[in-house]
Design a protein around this ligand. Structure first.
Ligand code: C5P
Length: 241
C-alpha cells in the first residue's frame, strides 16, 4: 500500500519563486507531489521545476491544462516531456484529436491527464454555457463522456471530482488514474470557488489516487499540521478500502 502522504498533491498556487520555495521547504517531507500551475509557471518557467526536483525526492505535476489545436498541443507536450515531471494536463473539452496529440507529444515520458470538468463548475454553469439538458442536469454525465475520450486517446488518467472518481474507476479500470481537486476537510466547511467537493476520506473511499489540496493547507494557521491532520484522515480511510 502507498504511504498516505503520497496521495497528497500540494498546488504551489503562489505568485513568486520565493514563495514556492518556502512551501517546498516546509512540506516536501509530508506531501507526495507539488503541482506547478499557470500562475507560478508564468513567473518562473521551468527553473522552478528543476529546483523542486533538485531539492529532494519530490515529484512534480505540471498543470498547464493545455487547450489548443492538436499540433500545438503535441509540440508543447513534447517540450514538457523534457522537464522530468510526473504528470501534465490537457483539457478534454475540445476534440479527441487534441488528447491524442497530447499523448503522442508526451512520448511516454510524462503521464498525460485529461481535465474532465473543472470542480469549480456547477450544473448551473453548464446550463449557462449552453450544454443540453442531459449534461447540464448532471455534470457527472459530461465528466464520464470526457473521461471515455481521455481513456480512448491513451491518457494515463483524468482530473475529476471525488464525487465522480468511483464511476470512472468502475467504467475504465482501477489503473486509470483519478486525480481529485475540490477537497475540503469537513472541519473547514468553506468550499471557496469549488462546487463539486468531497472530504479527503470520501475521495479516498471513492478510489482517488491523488488529492489536490491547496487552500485548506495554504490558508491554515499552521500548514504543516494541516497536512499531518489530513494525512491521518487519509490513513484511516485507506484502512477501509
Ligand atoms: O484546494 P484548492 O481549491 O485551493 O485547489 C486549487 C487548485 O486545484 C488549483 O491549483 C487548481 O488549478 C486545481 N484544480 C484543478 N482541477 C480542478 C479544480 C482545481 O487542477 N478541476
Amino acid at each position: 500500500m502507498r504511504p498516505a502522504k503520497d496521495y497528497i498533491v500540494f498546488p504551489l498556487d503562489v505568485p513568486s519563486m520565493a514563495a514556492a520555495k518556502k512551501y517546498v521547504a516546509l512540506l516536501s517531507d509530508v506531501v507526495g507531489m507539488f503541482k506547478v500551475g499557470l500562475e507560478l509557471f508564468v513567473r518562473s518557467g521551468p527553473q522552478i521545476i528543476k529546483w523542486i526536483k533538485s531539492s529532494g525526492d519530490t515529484q512534480v505535476f505540471l498543470d498547464l491544462k493545455l487547450h489548443d489545436i492538436p499540433e500545438t498541443v503535441k509540440r508543447t507536450m513534447r517540450s514538457i516531456s523534457d522537464l522530468g515531471v510526473t504528470f501534465a494536463t490537457v483539457h478534454c473539452g475540445e476534440t479527441k484529436q487534441m488528447l491524442e496529440a497530447a499523448v503522442a507529444g508526451s512520448g511516454g515520458d510524462v503521464g498525460v491527464l485529461g481535465v474532465t470538468v473543472l470542480t469549480s463548475v456547477s450544473d448551473t454553469d453548464l446550463h449557462t454555457a449552453g450544454f443540453r439538458e442531459e449534461f447540464h442536469s448532471d455534470a457527472s454525465k459530461l465528466v464520464m463522456k470526457r473521461a471515455a475520450m481521455a481513456k480512448d486517446s491513451g491518457c494515463m488518467g483524468v482530473v475529476c471530482s471525488g464525487l465522480e472518481v468511483q464511476m470512472i474507476k468502475d467504467a475504465f479500470g482501477k489503473d486509470f488514474i483519478g486525480v481529485t481537486p475540490g477537497i475540503r476537510p469537513a472541519i473547514d466547511g468553506v468550499p471557496d470557488d469549488q462546487q463539486r467537493v468531497t472530504t479527503p476520506a470520501q475521495a479516498i473511499l471513492n478510489g482517488a489516487d491523488y488529492l489536490v489540496i491547496g487552500r485548506p493547507i495554504r490558508e491554515a494557521k499552521d500548514p504543516r499540521s494541516a497536512v499531518i491532520q489530513i494525512t491521518a484522515e487519509i490513513k484511516q480511510a485507506l484502512k477501509r478500502i
